[in-house]
Write a protein that binds this ligand. Structure first.
Ligand SMILES: [Zn+2]
Length: 201
C-alpha cells in the first residue's frame, strides 16, 4: 500500500515537473515568436552559437512542421543554430523517416518537448479536403493525401478545422510511439498572415 502511494507520488511529481519544463520552454518560444511578429529578430550571437555547437548539439525542443516556405520554424521562434531540432514534411505528417529523426532526438536525451506545428493555408491539407483519384496527382502525393484524410474523424467544416484535425492526428501517433513516450508533445497552429503561433489545448 505504502509502496503504491510512493510510486503514485513519484509519478505525480514527474508529471508536474514535466509540465513545468514544457510550460517554461513554451513560454520562452512564445517570447521569441512575439519578437518575430514585431519584426524585431535578434541574431547577433550567430557566430558564437556556431562555435559553441560545432562539437555537438543539445536542442531542447524538436518541431515537426510543414515544408511550406512560409513556415521557417527557427525564424518564427527567433531561434538559431543548435536551438531547435526541426523535421519538415508537407502537411506535417508522421512517416517512417521523420519519426526516425524524432526518435534520434529522443534517444539522445536532449529533447524535452516535441511540437507538432500546422499552419494556416496549408496546401497539403487543402488538397486533402477533396477525395483524390487513386494514384493522383502522383503516387506519393496520393499516399500523403490519404494519410491526411485519415485524420478527418468527422468531415471538417473548414480548412482551419481540417488543419487542426491533422495536427491532432499526428500528435496522437507520436504519443503512441514507445520510443517517444517520455517526451511531452505540444500542438501548435501557426498563422502565416499574422506570424503568431498559438498552442492548441
Ligand atoms: Zn503546409
Amino acid at each position: 500500500m505504502r509502496k503504491t502511494f510512493v510510486a503514485a507520488a513519484l509519478l505525480l511529481f514527474a508529471l508536474a515537473s514535466h509540465a513545468q519544463t514544457t510550460d517554461a520552454l513554451w513560454s520562452d518560444l512564445t517570447a521569441g515568436n512575439a519578437r518575430f511578429v514585431e519584426g524585431n529578430l535578434d541574431y547577433s550571437a550567430l557566430r558564437q552559437l556556431r562555435n559553441a555547437t560545432a562539437g555537438g548539439q543539445s536542442p531542447q525542443t524538436s518541431i515537426l512542421s510543414c515544408a511550406d516556405s512560409r513556415v521557417p520554424a527557427e525564424l518564427i521562434f527567433n531561434r538559431s543554430i543548435g536551438e531547435l531540432f526541426v523535421v519538415r514534411t508537407a502537411g506535417n505528417v508522421d512517416d517512417t523517416f521523420n519519426i526516425a529523426s524524432l526518435e534520434y532526438a529522443a534517444e539522445h536525451g536532449w529533447t524535452k518537448m516535441i511540437i507538432v506545428m500546422g499552419h494556416s493555408e496549408c496546401g497539403a491539407v487543402k488538397a486533402s479536403m477533396t477525395a483524390p483519384r487513386p494514384g493522383e496527382p502522383t503516387p506519393a502525393l496520393y499516399e500523403l493525401i490519404q494519410r491526411i484524410r485519415k485524420s478527418f474523424k468527422t468531415p471538417p467544416r473548414d480548412l482551419r478545422e481540417a488543419i487542426i484535425m491533422n495536427i491532432e492526428y499526428t500528435a496522437e501517433q507520436l504519443a503512441k510511439n514507445p520510443h517517444l513516450k517520455d517526451v511531452p508533445i505540444v500542438k501548435a497552429y501557426y498563422d502565416i498572415a499574422t506570424g503568431k503561433v498559438e498552442r492548441i489545448p
